[in-house]
Design a protein around this ligand. Sequence first.
Ligand code: SAH
Length: 270
Amino acid sequence: MPSRRTLAIANSQHTVRYYPGRVLAYAVMKQLLLLTFVAFASEAMAQDAQCVPERAAMVEIIRAYARLEADALGPQGISERVLEAVGKTERHRFIPGHPSCSVAYMEAPVLIGKGKTISQPFVVALMTHLAAVKFDDTVLEVGTGSGYQAAVLARLVRKVCTVEIIPPLAEAAAKVLRELGYDNVTGKVGDGYEGWPECGPFDAMIVTAALGHVPPPLIEQLKMGGRLVMPLGAADAPQQLTVIEKITPTETRTRSVIPVRFVPFTRSQD
Ligand code: SAH
């Protein structure tokens, strides 16, 4: 069976033969437009196909890390639904400077500008898993950074609201999320300590910067039974990745998972 492209060319030969003059020019232009469209479509497909082996390898490494952390995570490790989402999310597109596929998908944090980093893939997958999100959920992320964690979440839930305190990072993230078609993510510039009441209430929250305590406004905006996942502890020492579950309007249950190291939660842009 001929490809769409071969068919387009075959049709053009047939059409051109019978229409001279202005009609011929019109037919040629139409054909050129069609060929341009086909060229763009194949370029987009090639981009989608970029880094596919590296992403698959990354998922296997995440599985291996999860097995090492079986005491904290249980024998099931990270849910297949989350692994599928990280396996499809274009991490390389969120990293400034067009890194190679091997750099973008290595099991390490990556610099994203302004001294900030995207966490290593295992930690992104683990936080997403611990947030235990469902298809119909509304989720808050504090610390948009590159937009990568928001993109992973966007594949799993109905709506993601993400707050970033550094305007150029928020703008760059919004741009790439828009380009990649993540239209269920809404972002804003601000201090995520205050949450985002107008976007909530939230079924789950992920905070991607380290703080010594849980911001009370976040607990207020969390639904009953909702989970907040964040690195708790001082900025200059390892923190504990912690799950805080809202069990009654005034009570939470807290579980420490593993030690982690995150960039500091700040209350101003610097
Ligand atoms: N989730 C990001 C990781 C970003 S690193 C990603 O996937 O790329 C943590 C981010 O938290 C930084 O961009 C930092 O500027 C931001 N941050 C720190 N304190 C904040 C606050 N009070 N409100 C909102 N964002 C904050």
